[in-house]
Design a binder for this molecule. Structure first.
Ligand SMILES: [Zn+2]
Length: 509
């Protein structure tokens, strides 16, 4: 006689998302693991007096989403400061920021001028109108560009490299990029208690979106410490794989952290580094000039520095992940990874992979380097969109080539970069991509956000499918993405289960 289940989810359309995708009616869970995936009739035999049984009314149950690229502290910041992601104009942003005018620092996150009629960055003048005495900052959604008011420049101007502070007639416009933005991050760095609140707010948001695991990018912050405390206190209900920024590499080596070490909930991931900037700021590194400006972008980390860092981190047996957006940058990242002993075994990763050539796609497939991409970035791939203006119509069509990558045999992991954190939105974009030849099937897109992302974190035996022996991490959807492939972004998450516990239940919303 087998022991009864702790939890049974029944009357569902269960998709394993394994290959091939098997369907079933019910799932039984014991000690945080899947013990049975079968017909409702068969799973029923595992019901005991203590078993919690949830009737899902025919809803779709999938493995929980794993977001391979997050900034959870930033998500928390959106939730507790001004969220500018839905603003439609500079005036809108000013209005949202003005609501926080009693804060010590007035902070707004996530503006994206590329979608506005008045398509321009916010300026010092805009933000001075919010306050002339308190510091005001509005971060662009890519987080590499920000607008600041005069008070910020007065306080932090000295610490900002001149070339990263935009000027007009010798006067700062208020627009700052890259290292100048870093100076702001340092000044507003949250303490442990603030961080705890940011991460808990972000965790709630993640569960509402069906996310059960994240690969979180962490730089000069107390987040790793706070994650571990939350884990010890039993307050962490999200599986967090921490990718440490390369400024931490010495500390990581010194304390002997190794990729994949940790608990069920907090693990050491990769060392994160950069190559280039972003398309928004025309700082992504291209082999041919921008369509709407001279120049081919700029290195944030030069290829020589990157080679050195990758060799060193690989020697320490740590996974490396490198941000690379432009084709020139992707070359630099692949060069550095291909020079290591076994990039496939180490699962070194390239983040973003936005403008990728045929030859580079082949190199991903052959080397086993993981393409960690953001399908939600396809929102810029429309005619007349950001890619069109920066790259022109031909290169626009060469961005985010998920179909080509997948067909070549490259390892494809989906993530959101928290722009916004919302896997179903990403799946929607991947299935409905503007370039038809690059569209993924619903199953393929969901798999890249589950098993694909799990693989990028060495977690494919633990997470990413609904199969016996795996962790009981699930998302339940109100409607079937297979039945409404062109309306996936509108599907609500009904329930999120992590480690066999219901972490979010939105069924009565
Ligand atoms: Zn990022």
């Amino acid at each position: 006689m087998t022991a009864p289940a702790d939890l049974i989810l029944t009357n569902a359309e269960v998709h394993s998302l394994a290959d091939p995708d098997e369907t079933a009616e019910a799932v039984a869970v014991r000690d945080g693991k899947v013990v049975r995936v079968d017909s409702a009739y068969e799973v029923d035999f595992l019901e005991g007096v203590e078993t919690e049984v949830v009737d899902l009314d025919g809803r779709v149950l999938l493995p929980g989403f794993v977001d391979a690229h997050t900034h959870m502290a930033t998500v928390g910041s959106y939730l507790v400061n001004a969220d500018l992601s839905d603003a439609d104009s500079p005036a809108d942003c000013v209005e949202l920021l003005a609501e926080l005018d009693d804060r010590e620092w007035i902070l707004g996150y996530g503006f994206d001028e590329s979608t506005w009629d008045e398509s321009r960055y916010l300026t010092r003048d805009d933000l001075d109108s919010v306050s002339e005495t308190r510091p005001v900052v509005a971060f662009r959604e890519d987080m590499h560009i920000a607008a600041v008011n005069g008070e910020v420049i007065a306080r932090l101007g000295e610490e900002m490299p001149n070339e990263d502070v935009k000027t007009e007639n010798g006067e700062p416009t208020g627009v700052i990029v890259e290292e100048a933005v870093d100076a702001v991050y340092e000044a507003i760095e949250p303490d442990a208690e603030t961080m705890r609140n940011l991460l808990l707010a972000a965790q709630r948001d993640a569960h509402e979106k069906g996310v059960t695991g994240v690969h979180d990018m962490v730089r000069r912050s107390c987040a790793p410490d706070v994650y571990r405390k939350l884990d010890l206190d039993g307050d962490l209900t999200l599986r967090v794989r921490i990718n440490y920024w390369s400024d931490h590499v010495e500390a990581v080596e010194e304390v002997g952290l190794r990729t994949n070490h940790g608990s069920e909930f907090v693990r050491t991931g990769a060392i994160k580094t950069f190559t280039d900037g972003s398309f928004g700021g025309r700082t992504a590194k291209l082999s041919e000039p921008y369509a709407d400006g001279d120049g081919t972008g700029q290195w944030v980390v030069s290829p020589e520095e990157l080679d050195e860092l990758v060799a060193r981190v690989d020697d320490a047996r740590l996974q490396v992940t490198a941000h690379a957006i432009g084709d020139d940058a992707i070359d630099a990242a692949l060069d550095a990874f291909e020079a290591t002993d076994d990039p496939r075994a180490m699962r070194h990763r390239v983040e973003h992979v936005e403008l990728v050539t045929d030859e580079q796609v082949e190199r991903f497939a052959e080397s086993g380097v993981v393409a960690s991409v953001q399908p939600n970035f396809l929102k810029w791939a429309q005619e007349g969109g950001l890619y069109d203006s920066r790259l022109g119509s031909e290169r626009r069509k060469q961005t985010n080539r998920f179909r080509t990558l997948l067909d070549s045999g490259a390892a494809l992991a989906f993530g959101s970069d928290c722009m916004p954190l919302d896997p179903l939105l990403g799946v929607h974009h991947a299935v409905n991509a503007p370039v038809e030849a690059q569209r993924l099937s619903v199953t393929e897109a969901l798999r890249a956000y589950t098993l694909g992302a799990a693989y990028a974190g060495f977690d494919e035996n633990r997470l990413g499918t609904v199969e016996e022996g795996k962790k009981a991490d699930f998302v339940v959807l109100d409607r079937s993405p297979w039945e409404e492939p062109d309306e996936i972004e509108g599907i609500d998450v009904a329930m999120t289960v992590v480690d066999g516990e219901i972490a979010f239940d939105g069924r009565n919303d």
